[in-house]
Write a protein that binds this ligand. Sequence first.
Ligand code: PA5
Length: 528
Amino acid sequence: MSTAMEKWQRFCQTRIADRALGFSLDVSRVRFQDHDLTPLWPKMAQALAAMKQLEAGSIANPDENRMVGHYWLRAPELAPPPAITAEIRATQSAIGDFAAKVHGKEIVGTAGPIAHVLHVGIGGSALGPQFVAQALGTAHDPLVMHFVDNTDPDGIDRVLAELQGKLGQTLTVVVSKSGGTPETRNGMLEIQAAYKAAGVDFAPHAVAVTQEGSQLAKTAAKEGWLKTFPMWDWVGGRTSVLSAVGLLPAALQGLKIDDLLSGAAAMDVLTRHTDARQNPAAMLALMWYHIGGGKGLKDMVILPYKDRLALFSKYLQQLVMESLGKEFDRKQNVVEQGIAVYGNKGSTDQHAYVQQLRDGIPNFFATFLQVLRDRSGSSIDVESGITSGDYLQGLFLGTRAALAEKNRDSITITVDEVNGATVGALIALYERAVGLYAEMVDINAYHQPGVEAGKKAAATVLSLQTAVVTALKQAAGPQTAGQIAAGIGQPEAVEHVFKILEHLAMNPGRGVVRTGGEGPLTDQFRAG
Ligand code: PA5
């Protein structure tokens, strides 16, 4: 057990800070000694070299035969082909112009000035924009943001209820890199139907962000949507927040996109440092490797002590888990890699799962995010000389100390305040830490075969549903799931057949009636 002064010395020695950016990383509460890192330095040196090549335009995602260029988005001059540099600049300027025209009422809705933005997208096409909107939004934003990020009909209804009577002043931004993601396509069709039901033309309120030639691009062109902004194959979904995917909604919301970009660019400079001890992304990746044995044996708990950053854990959950959660390494060995990520915010979580972190199963490491500025104005005292913000700080420091006392590792990231630059910097920090860690464990961080497999599995279920409904319509009388499955020649699909039938029977207008029975084996269904 080290003394308080030893801890202080370790804190001072290991801290990496950038005063201009208002950022620091503290890994002093991770239990590592210098000799623990000795075998990891060569891996990190190799990872930093690979990252340099990636930034220079190597095919870092061989499975999709593409470059990985999200770092160019905030330093367009670094893009190896000049055409990409020009495209990035042109897009950023087009985003600025478009937002200015909307705010300046040069572009208006059919019922008046645009007052709302409805963002439709999923995964990498939603989580980043949602995080940025919540982190930087204020009550004075020129436009109010709304998000549809699922194919849940009730979820869509809830968002549409917020926009009732306002669609004529709502810009709908449909975001899909591939332009063919079913959830986003469904969201778009549902929103289009709502505009129609409200007697409002969709096309003059619709904007697409997608790759050239995609289904979405074709739809937007055919229907004469207001505008289409590009996405590029060299930007992956979960690292696309600083492309038009995130910059367009942010600009419409009235956020300063230049601050996001400059913060990310500054973090990129810091995290290109070849001395890993001075490089916060390298230190993060090294800590993840050390703590989890290079196999993700401990979960990453993200605890920002700031409500604005609550969505950061959700954003990181995708960035880390979709990038690192891989069955095979790059030599096709089965490795089943990944790091589980969860979190929400402190101190709220201290009244929830932090109990287990302090006292229960030690299968995690915490990452605290501390924000030094409490609020934009001054604070009242809630006790003599003590503000609410002092409480937040006290609760954070108390939890950090308690975890350390119980031999639970923690990392702390501190920013001066939540602003465009620090949000951009946090995004860039984790993008690079994930990339470096993936290099260390030799996996491709930039593809998502599991996501693609999930899409295929859903398509199989939907064609099964069509066969089930057809068979039920043709049946002479009520049928069990087993009878239908056998009748369509797919007896092994009986469980899915049952679930399809009970879902259809529960929803009006779907043509299926449940007529009785006492469970999956005997429940009967008929067309009706
Ligand atoms: O990170 C990813 O690649 C995914 O999460 C995608 O962003 C998600 O599947 C949505 O894809 P798209 O933007 O093509 O609709």
